[in-house]
Design a protein around this ligand. Structure first.
Ligand SMILES: [Zn+2]
Length: 705
């Protein structure tokens, strides 16, 4: 019965796929654009029995039970590799053994983690979850294996018996550092304490994250009757599940902000404890603060460098942010009868208003020009011009993917051939996490026989499902997300690292967003956009005026938005500095907001209790700004003059992307840009960019007047 069902689906998709081919002859859409403007194709299986290739073409995963087979094999293989690491007659470098051990476990763990999250079938999701638990059990055991640790430590301290390269040494040190995160190098009592701290921090983190998004329920009487219509009323209560950034009513915005961010004793206790324990953890492991521990092996390297970067940036932004806030305050005054100053709940709203009134952006006029097919075609053109690479739509086999409507792209270089595969899980579906994400399913690495293990990644996005009447039409924001995530995917595809431990996106957090943010620059460039934005029905190109307005809309109030990010980053740094803090968390918040942000702290509000990134980033929230600074620098130095320049693309590929995390990122950036990575160099291009953006907006506004 099941087979029959699959057979009919397969046939149906093949018919549609054939449809696309025939339509191609009467239109000028490329095969790739056509493929993404219809639902994904399936290969037609001939013969009576339908062969199920298994998830990601792994024959074990023809059934969910295959996860048990995979995890058992991973256990056996890791035992063999551990034995090899202890063998005095081993015939290869220690780092190669460690990388294979890591690959053996990651291949199952990453795959299982993805399927656990993404697969709508309960049996697969459950088997994947079991595999995750089982693999993390093995990892925990390995983390306490002192013989394994000593073997690695010995080669790092006294060099390996085989000659090693800079990459070998760098990756060995990264492995060693990971090992020491669990305190294996410490006396037993301290090691036990580190294990306990890690556990407790993990649990507190989960509780804090869930508390950070929990709606606040208050008595109806708290909200004035005149604005109750804006809220969700449940009996005698009002449920506030977020701030009303877009609401035109200033009182409703204010009320939502104050209720949502009001102090919460439970959250306060959790986050205070979490920060205190992180500090203790760092001290136990020999670091001055948790920030020092988190920043080891990053581009910034030390908390003092991060603070200098943030302080310099904050100082340089000041002049521009004052203008932004003045403009918004004027808008507020002319907009309402309330003569109040600008408040934190106003900025998102007036940015929307400016988009609408100054640039006429916000209506649905753009989406028809941004069909998924034309955007994918745009990406294809871009990577083709920059790197000589093509995306080839490869219909999936029966059983290869976890849900309907998944596309598979073969990433192919004009001379080097196949580089890897990107599975595109692009459409909304029930139960799918509403978060755009790049997953590494299998990392690239050199294999012992000299061949290369090609990477496999999944891009997960949440675009509208195509309808009979139209393909998936993206908003400008979705277009930006698509380019961003594709930046991560290209990092994975083009990193030809020796080791999977440092493949593509497995680099320092503050460098990992560089390739993705750089892609946002391409997506916001009128010349690039003009190369692909075409109306899905008429194929008419997006008119110049629309292109200009769309690109400019990303520049609105960019300085004040960046200043807000500076403030959040400083908050994250200070919270992860030396403990006990000089003041309470909320007083620290107020002090930093008043110092770093143009709109003062609102008394009796506690933003930090909703700032869930404190958990996930932990002293690395600045990474986004730093990555943006590096991306901006790269853009202006290499691509702004000529975005589709092959020579620049090749250099960027060879000198940045190819290394993954195999080279310390600070060194990599400095060599590529020909300048030292200092706070002032980083800030220079960001601020210069803000200046240019303001000029563009001013010109457009004057034109309208
Ligand atoms: Zn990203």
């Amino acid at each position: 019965m099941k087979f029959l069902l699959k057979s009919s689906i397969s046939a149906l998709y093949h018919t549609k796929w054939k449809d696309c081919i025939s339509r191609l002859s009467v239109s000028t859409w490329s095969p790739l654009a056509t493929a993404f403007n219809t639902r994904p194709g399936r290969k037609l299986n001939f013969g009576a029995a339908i062969s199920n290739t298994g998830l990601f073409n792994l024959p074990e995963l023809r059934s969910h039970e295959g996860f048990y087979e995979l995890q058992n094999r991973a256990i056996q293989d890791s035992e063999r590799l551990i034995a090899e690491s202890q063998d005095p007659k081993r015939s290869r470098k220690m780092v190669a053994i460690f990388d294979e051990l890591s690959d053996t476990l990651c291949k199952v763990a990453d795959l299982a983690e993805f399927i656990r999250i993404a697969d709508p079938r309960p049996d697969y999701a459950q088997a994947a979850e079991d595999a995750c638990v089982s693999i993390s059990g093995i990892v925990e055991k390995l983390n306490t294996d002192r013989n394994l640790y000593s073997a690695l430590r010995n080669t790092v301290d006294n060099s390996d018996k085989f000659s090693t390269t800079l990459v070998d040494n760098h990756v060995s040190r990264l492995f060693l550092f990971d090992f020491e995160q669990c305190g294996i190098h410490l006396p037993e009592a301290q090691r036990q304490r580190v294990v306990h701290l890690n556990d407790t921090i993990l649990q507190l983190g989960q509780r804090f994250m869930s508390g950070a998004v929990t709606p606040r329920i208050v008595s109806k009487s708290v909200i004035p009757e005149s604005i109750r219509e804006y809220f969700t009323v449940e009996g005698e209560h009002i449920v506030v599940s977020g701030v009303f950034g877009d609401s035109p009513n200033p009182l409703a915005r204010e009320a939502a902000y104050k209720v949502f961010f009001c102090p919460d004793q439970q959250q306060e206790i959790i986050i205070s404890e979490l920060l205190r324990l992180r500090y203790e953890l760092a001290r136990t492991c020999g670091f001055p603060t948790y920030g020092h521990r988190a920043l080891k092996a990053s581009t910034a390297e030390t908390p003092s460098m991060v603070m200098e970067f943030l302080n310099t940036l904050g100082g340089e932004l000041k002049k521009h942010t004052d203008d932004d806030f003045k403009t918004m305050a004027e808008m507020k005054r002319s907009d309402s009868s309330f003569n109040t100053s600008l408040c934190p709940w106003d900025t998102a709203y007036y940015t929307q208003v400016a988009k609408r009134d100054w640039l006429q952006v916000g209506s649905s006029e753009f989406s028809p020009y941004l069909s998924l097919g034309s955007c994918m075609e745009g990406l294809n053109t871009l990577v083709n011009k920059l790197y000589g690479i093509s995306f080839v739509n490869d219909p999936v086999e029966t059983g290869e993917v976890w849900a309907e409507d998944i596309y598979k792209l073969a990433v192919t270089h004009e001379e080097e051939g196949l580089l890897g595969h990107i599975y595109c899980d692009f459409y909304e579906r029930k139960g799918k996490p509403n978060q755009d994400c790049h997953f590494t399913i299998r990392g690239g690495k050199e294999l012992p026989d000299g061949s290369y293990q090609n990477p496999i990644v999944v891009l997960m996005l949440n675009f509208p499902t195509p309808r009979w009447s139209s393909p998936s039409l993206l908003t400008p924001g979705m277009l930006e997300n698509l380019f961003h995530e594709m930046g991560h995917a290209m990092h994975s595809m083009l990193a030809r690292t020796k080791y999977q431990h440092v493949t593509g996106t497995r680099c320092s957090t503050d460098f990992a967003e560089v390739p993705s943010v750089l892609m946002e620059y391409f997506a916001a460039d009128p010349r690039v956009l003009a190369s692909f934005a075409r109306h899905f029905q008429t194929q008419e190109k997006m008119p110049d005026d629309m292109l200009t307005r769309l690109c400019a809309s990303k520049h609105l109030f960019a300085a004040s938005e960046m200043q807000l990010q500076v403030f959040y980053s400083v908050l994250d740094q200070v919270y992860h500095g030396a403990h006990p803090l000089e003041r309470s968390l909320v007083d620290t918040l107020a002090e930093l907001q008043n110092k770093y942000y143009g709109i003062p702290h609102v008394p009796n509000s506690a933003f930090h209790l909703r700032f869930s990134h404190l958990v996930g980033y932990g002293a690395k929230y600045y990474s986004y700004l730093l990555s943006r600074a590096v991306a901006s620098w790269i853009w202006y130095q290499y691509f702004e003059q000529e975005p589709l320049n092959r020579h620049s693309g090749e250099r960027y590929r060879r000198e940045c992307l190819a290394h993954g995390g195999g080279k310390p990122s600070r060194e990599l950036v400095a060599q590529f840009l020909g300048k030292e990575v200092t706070p002032s160099n980083l800030v220079y291009s960001l601020v210069n960019e803000i200046y240019k953006k303001r000029r563009t907006i001013e010109k457009l506004r004057n034109r309208k007047c």
